[in-house]
Design a protein around this ligand. Structure first.
Ligand SMILES: O=C[C@H](O)COP(=O)(O)O
Length: 258
């Protein structure tokens, strides 16, 4: 059985300017330094304008905290006003990039096809995508959360070869649980995360599926993280609101102590 290192990633969304970002990462580094946290990988996904500041801090102080972006352009360069390319993110040494977050899908009309192009752009630049998938409330009420989420997974991974897919991170985020305080039960999370792993085995191989980390996201807090992480197919969390509070995020990282 493959051991997967849990990945706790804080998606700051449109919060914290570059000065606040520096203070926040310093707090995280200070709080995490007093106890070994090698067993858990910690990442932050700040707004684009914070990335240079975060990079300088992480590089300068040789922090173990990883960082990445919340989005990536499907294009490599050119006349795409407002977009940020994969090569720009790679130049800032981003480890991760979120692709297809439900807020991008909902407010910016991102389709599975576009997400797939963004996954390819990430890999073309040596950045690991965190592909976000998950159903809305109407789909959940209709009991179609598994086929809906797997269709997003299939679309996002279309044409991605195994040697790339083995490093992908999948974030299962039921939209009805994002920022609502409405957390999926551990069983809800396991149902879909387990189905994602089974699909990865069908698309590639069981060996590959066993390597891929699958996160849960949606109102994760220190009080509920341990129960969610106890599920066999949940390998981390993509944390929104609670990641803006350094102390709370550190508690989530230390889920084993909760
Ligand atoms: O990317 C993070 C998710 O959208 C979860 O956000 P939340 O923890 O505020 O519910």
């Amino acid at each position: 059985m493959t051991t997967r290192t849990p990945l706790m990633a804080g998606n700051w969304k449109m919060n914290l300017n570059h000065l606040e970002a520096i203070a926040h990462v310093q707090k995280l580094a200070f709080a995490l330094a007093d106890k070994d946290y090698d067993a858990v990988e910690v990442a932050v996904l700040p707004p684009f304008v914070d990335l240079r500041s975060v990079q300088t801090l992480v590089d300068g102080d040789k922090l173990k905290i990883k960082y990445g972006a919340q989005d990536i352009s499907a294009h490599e360069s050119g006349a795409y006003t407002g977009e940020i390319s994969g090569s720009m993110l790679a130049k800032l040494k981003c480890t991760y990039v979120a692709v297809g977050h439900s807020e991008r899908r909902q407010y910016h009309g991102e389709t599975d096809e576009l997400c797939n192009a963004k996954v390819k752009a990430a890999y073309a630049n040596g950045i690991t995508p965190i592909l976000c998938v998950g159903e809305g409330l109407d789909v959940r009420k209709a009991g179609r959360q598994v086929p809906h989420t797997l269709a997003q997974l299939d679309g996002g991974l279309d044409g991605i070869p195994a040697d790339q897919a083995e490093s992908i991170v999948i974030a299962y985020e039921p939209v009805w649980a994002i920022g609502t305080g409405e957390v999926a039960t551990p069983e809800d999370a396991q149902e879909v995360c387990g189905a994602i792993r089974t699909r990865l085995a069908e698309l590639y191989s069981q060996e590959l599926a066993d390597k891929v980390r699958i996160q849960y996201g949606g109102s994760v807090k220190s009080g509920n993280v341990a129960a969610i992480m106890a599920q066999p197919d949940v390998d981390g969390a993509l944390v929104g609101g609670a990641a803006l509070d350094a102390e709370e995020f550190v508690k989530i990282v230390r889920f084993r102590d909760q």
